[in-house]
Unconditional design. Structure first.
Ligand code: GLP
Length: 241
């Protein structure tokens, strides 16, 4: 694992965006694994700015997102579909048929897991997977648990995650209790992984991810097993490293 320490959120966003743009320039038909949450917003803003300047081209890129809430449609402002449209997809020349997320509205969850896994497999996995980090060490929506889930699966969100994510909803009661997520096996299949972390409240989780035991109670710790992980963390998040 390689740690790049950034001065602050803005610097973290630029450094992480630089790594994604290098990937896009070196391989214009890259499959990018994308993430949601507040951490990647600055990264997407930076990529959009470089696209607008003519430095980046998304026309041959394909994207697959990590996760989506079950029960939210793409039109729902709290869905990750909506988030991605708002922060990236509608602002760059990424063809509509080349971005993928789990379908939160599929009534058959097993079928949805199979469908989404099939899409990722048919693309040959991701060239670069962008990840954020949950306060409890989760990646995607792989919550702390007694075992690792390998493939795309449906999860029940922990109280801590519902609490952390309620800021995007009218109240905690409105946060969906379930979500689809890539499994840790899916994430580890990425050729390269870019973990972006910001803020003092993530410092403990980042310490556990980087130097704690590899265990499903800290899902991000599994990244220690991957041969090519770059962590871009601001000074506050890397304070315990
Ligand atoms: C959500 C997402 C994760 C994300 C995490 C951290 O639960 N499913 O992919 O990494 O939140 O979000 P934030 O960046 O807002 O702290």
């Amino acid at each position: 694992m390689e740690l790049i320490v950034a001065k602050n959120y803005f610097d973290m966003s630029r450094k992480a965006a630089n790594i994604i743009s290098a990937q896009m320039i070196l391989k214009p038909d890259s499959v990018l694994g994308l993430a949601t949450g507040s951490t990647p917003v600055g990264i997407y803003d930076q990529l959009v700015e470089w696209y607008q300047k003519g430095d980046l081209d998304f026309s041959r890129i394909t994207t697959v997102n990590l996760d989506e809430y079950r029960g939210l449609s793409p039109e729902n402002e709290q869905s990750y579909h909506y988030f991605m449209m708002q922060h990236l997809f509608s602002r760059v020349n990424l063809p509509a048929e080349k971005h993928f997320l789990p379908d939160g509205m599929n009534p058959d969850s097993d079928a949805e897991c199979r469908r989404y896994k099939g899409i990722i497999d048919s693309l040959g996995g991701t060239d670069l997977q962008l990840l954020g980090l949950g306060h409890n060490g989760h990646i995607g929506f792989n919550e702390p648990s007694d075992s690792f889930a390998r493939d795309v699966h449906l999860v029940s969100l922990t109280e801590q995650t519902i609490e952390a994510n309620k800021r995007f909803f009218a109240s905690a009661d409105d946060v969906p209790r379930q979500a689809y997520t890539m499994g840790v096996g899916t994430i580890l299949q990425a050729k390269k992984i870019l973990l972006a972390v910001s803020g003092a409240e993530k410092a403990k989780a980042l310490q556990q991810v980087m130097s704690g035991p590899i265990c499903p109670q800290v899902p991000g710790s599994v990244l220690q097993l991957h041969p090519d992980v770059i962590i871009v963390a601001d000074e506050a998040a890397s304070a315990l490293i």
